[in-house]
Ligand binder design. Structure first.
Ligand code: FES
Length: 106
């Protein structure tokens, strides 16, 4: 199973096992990773699952779809590597993925 590392705004890091086919958001919720609220449950309708994809992983993860881009406008402190974690589906080749959570959601 792929490992995903979440680093919070204070630099604290948590590495958890993810299920291939699930999303980064679902993995965070299942493992009680703080910093991701996911109010809409993964429907790309809340922007409270915002993460920053580590620079080394942005190409592998790929860009946001237009609908996700629109929703990211509602996120706090959006950067070029911002993504909504409910829209990142985990594949085996994302083993080792690093994402950072923002200081706050929404
Ligand atoms: S969980 Fe609501 S947009 Fe991702």
């Amino acid at each position: 199973m792929p490992n995903i590392t979440f680093i919070d705004a204070h630099g604290e890091s948590r590495t958890v096992e993810a299920e291939t086919g699930s999303t980064v958001m679902e993995t965070a919720i299942r493992n009680a990773v703080p910093g991701i609220e996911a109010e809409c449950g993964g429907a790309c309708a809340c922007a409270t699952c915002h993460v920053y994809v580590d620079d080394a992983w942005t190409a592998a993860v790929g860009p946001a779809e237009p609908m996700e881009e629109d929703m990211l406008d509602f996120a706090f402190d959006v950067r070029p590597n911002s993504r909504l974690s409910c829209q990142i589906r985990i594949r085996d080749d994302l083993d080792g993925l690093i994402v950072r959570t923002p200081e706050r959601q929404g």
